[in-house]
Design a protein around this ligand. Structure first.
Ligand SMILES: Cc1cc2nc3c(=O)[nH]c(=O)nc-3n(C[C@H](O)[C@H](O)[C@H](O)COP(=O)(O)O)c2cc1C
Length: 218
């Protein structure tokens, strides 16, 4: 009898990747174009939150942490997301701007990994995005003391009600403690799952104004 059925089940979970391939010559010379191409395919495939990405940061004492955020814009310079500037991730970015992003599009058997440097957007750019959010999300940004301990859920809901009253009938302003970050990539790797674990990995490395491209072993 198997004394540890869960362990056996996990060991047997295995998917064979056969959907596509990615060669060094058929990937675009510009990783932004290649990224846009894969993102569009993830959107067309109607994946749930195709713009969700893991964001890894590192604390002052070298401890890493990771969480999911949403890509809200792909600019000519990099990847933009929005958050609370008093959160744990923001504190870590202030101490160390080196971050890493991971997009996982499992249904397409694809992953994109990005290493780069994060910097705050101008208040003007953050304001422009904040204005485009539904009012409930704007109040949500005001209501959340992101990453801080709070007494209970009711406390947060009371805060939301107070702020809804306070801002009723006015344009909700952008909080000083909320805004965007731009992640400028140094490296972007495109991973396409292949049969027998011999996956395709195409790595772009920034060299000034252009990009070098190499194939990595899986
Ligand atoms: C699908 C998904 C999307 C998310 N998008 C964001 C986002 O765009 N910005 C954000 O601040 N947090 C977002 N979160 C919440 C974060 O994962 C995280 O809980 C929060 O930012 C606090 O992280 P921190 O304490 O490490 O700073 C999202 C979570 C999920 C599951």
């Amino acid at each position: 009898m198997n004394k540890n059925p869960e362990k056996k089940q996990l060991a047997d979970l295995r998917v064979s990747y056969t959907k596509a391939s990615l060669g060094i010559h058929d990937s675009d010379p510009d990783p932004f174009v290649q990224f846009k191409h894969w993102l569009d395919e993830a959107i067309t495939a109607q994946l749930l939150e195709p713009n969700a990405m893991s964001l890894a940061t590192v604390s002052e004492n070298g401890h890493p942490s990771v969480r999911t955020v949403l890509l809200k814009e792909l600019s000519a310079e990099g990847f933009i997301f929005y958050t609370n500037y008093e959160s744990r991730k923001s504190a870590e970015i202030s101490d160390n701007p080196n971050v890493s992003l991971c997009f996982l599009w499992k249904e397409l058997e694809r992953q994109v990994l990005i290493c780069g440097s994060a910097s705050r957007l101008s208040r003007e750019s953050s304001e422009k995005y904040f204005r485009s959010r539904p009012p409930g999300h704007q109040i949500g940004a005001w209501s959340s003391l992101q990453s801080n301990e709070i007494p209970n859920r009711q406390w947060m809901q009371d805060r939301e009600s107070e702020l809804t009253k306070k801002f009723s009938g006015t344009d909700i302003p952008l909080p000083d403690f909320w805004g965007g970050y731009l992640v400028k990539p140094r490296e972007i790797e495109f991973w396409q799952g292949r049969e027998n674990r011999l996956h395709d990995r195409i790595m772009y490395r920034s060299c000034g104004k252009s990009w070098d491209k190499v194939r990595l072993s899986p």
